[in-house]
Design a protein around this ligand. Structure first.
Ligand SMILES: Cc1cc2nc3c(=O)[nH]c(=O)nc-3n(C[C@H](O)[C@H](O)[C@H](O)COP(=O)(O)OP(=O)(O)OC[C@H]3O[C@@H](n4cnc5c(N)ncnc54)[C@H](O)[C@@H]3O)c2cc1C
Length: 413
């Protein structure tokens, strides 16, 4: 038995450093109010306290900590995007993920597995070469691999050239990883609370108070709170909350579903994505296959699961891994994806002074949790977005400087 463990056992009573923050009374005023206790809001609160010494912060959530998309996603982390702005941004996140368990003193089960995007036709291969070149140019590990190399990286894949959707090759991104999503929310929450941040669950924001174009507070189901600055980080509810502040967002909210199978012995190391077949899969630390696909095709705020999704997922999945035919699906669920027209996020100032936004995370925002938290904290603290996130400003839709990531953002919609 490791000596450290014995020492810890003998030390007797120990302060539970990893306990969830206790509920505290809501105060009538804070320097900063963060709307949304998902990964993004909590990470921003943590970095505000840690990097900028701003601890008079309240994080408000209408539900419970991490109960939005943060604990509903399939936890894929990668930086093999298409635009230089996107690649740089997500690459910083990949680097932050690597040290996050240590930084938060909380095991988020971060595990680098490699990420494969399969090509079933020449057009996909061409896009993958393009992505690989952009990635390599910016120092991100990405390469196009042929079928022989694929057989070595992912032996269980059906690489039969006579298959219904034969696989020609893949984009291989070695830093591709997964992490335990709810642990990320808990880790950030505990670390932020330890530094003095207040977290208020079951506290819905119902109105935004402004005076002469500047935010002055928020109206909540628990009462009014005055504040100097607000950060909105509410993912699927982004356009609803922005409307309370009096401005519109180019965001459409659609359901995004996922499911897991019963646990299997570990057989699948890399994360496997097929954009053409609209499916992706990884194997979690406890053996479950975590699977997802395209977003639902209609705007909706309901988080219900459909049989249609499961059927649409099962058929292509069995084309890739025919031996999974008898495996049972254990759980299925949905979240709300806040989709932007260019498949890139919106971060930075808004038409309301001192009111900042972190939105448009669609199907791709989990991987950005550490970097968006860190850089949004910097934005809120200084009043100015750092160069890394400047291209993602809301204003880009007015000045036609969109960042087209459709080809790299997700499996299709
Ligand atoms: C099925 C699925 C799979 C996904 N897979 C991946 C993936 O593999 N990789 C990846 O990078 N991304 C993925 N995503 C996207 C990712 O989950 C999100 O982009 C990310 O979690 C957004 O985090 P957040 O903190 O901004 O939002 P959330 O975690 O949704 O938190 C927002 C919070 O705001 C609260 N809120 C809303 N309105 C109010 C209000 N009026 N007052 C107070 N609180 C309010 C909500 O209750 C919620 O807790 C997936 C999403 C889904 C649904």
């Amino acid at each position: 038995m490791p000596l450290g463990l014995i020492r810890q056992g003998l030390r007797g009573r120990r302060r539970p450093r990893r306990a969830m923050p206790a509920a505290v009374p809501l105060r009538p005023r804070y320097d900063v109010v963060i709307i949304g206790a998902g990964g993004h809001g909590l990470a921003a609160a943590y970095y505000l306290a840690k990097d900028h010494g701003i601890t008079d912060v309240a994080v408000l959530d209408k539900g419970w900590l991490g109960g939005g998309n943060t604990a509903r996603n399939t936890a894929i982390i990668r930086s093999n995007y298409l635009t230089p702005e996107g690649v740089r941004f997500y690459d910083e996140s990949v680097r932050l993920w690597r040290g996050l368990s240590g930084e938060l003193d909380y095991n988020i089960l971060h595990s680098e597995r490699g990420h494969l995007t399969l090509a079933h036709n020449d057009a996909s291969l061409r896009t993958m070469r393009w992505r690989a070149e952009v990635n390599k140019h910016l120092g991100v590990e990405s390469e196009v691999v042929d079928r022989d190399e694929l057989a070595r990286i992912c032996p269980p894949l059906d690489l039969d050239p006579g298959a219904r959707f034969p696989i020609l090759g893949a984009l291989y991104h070695k830093p591709g990883a997964i992490a335990r999503h709810d642990a990320v929310a808990w880790g950030y929450a505990i670390a932020a609370a330890r530094r003095g941040v207040d977290i208020h669950q079951k506290t819905e924001v119902t109105g935004i108070l402004t005076e002469k174009g500047r935010v002055t507070g928020v109206e909540t189901t628990q009462g009014r709170i005055a504040c100097a600055k607000v950060l909105q980080a509410v993912a699927g509810s982004s356009s609803l909350v922005a409307a309370m502040a009096g401005f519109r967002l180019p965001i459409r909210t659609v359901p995004l579903q996922a499911c897991v199978t019963e646990p299997l012995k570990p057989f699948l190391d890399p994360i496997v994505v097929s954009g053409s077949l609209h499916v992706y899969v990884s194997q979690s630390a406890r053996g479950e296959l975590v699977m997802g696909g395209a977003t639902d095709p209609y705007t909706l705020y309901a988080q219900r699961s459909t049989l249609e999704f499961k059927e649409g997922l099962a058929a292509p999945m069995l084309t890739l891994f025919p031996f999974l035919a008898e495996v049972r699906v254990l759980r299925q669920w949905a979240g709300l994806a806040d989709m932007t027209p260019d498949f890139s996020p919106i971060m930075g100032p808004t038409p309301v002074r001192d009111y900042y936004i972190d939105a448009g995370w669609g199907t791709w925002g989990f991987k950005a949790t550490p970097v968006s938290g860190k850089r949004m904290a910097e934005t809120v603290a200084s009043g100015r977005p750092p160069a890394l996130i400047e291209p993602f400003a809301l204003e880009r839709f007015a000045s036609f400087r969109q960042l087209g990531e459709r080809g790299a953002a997700s499996v299709g919609q």
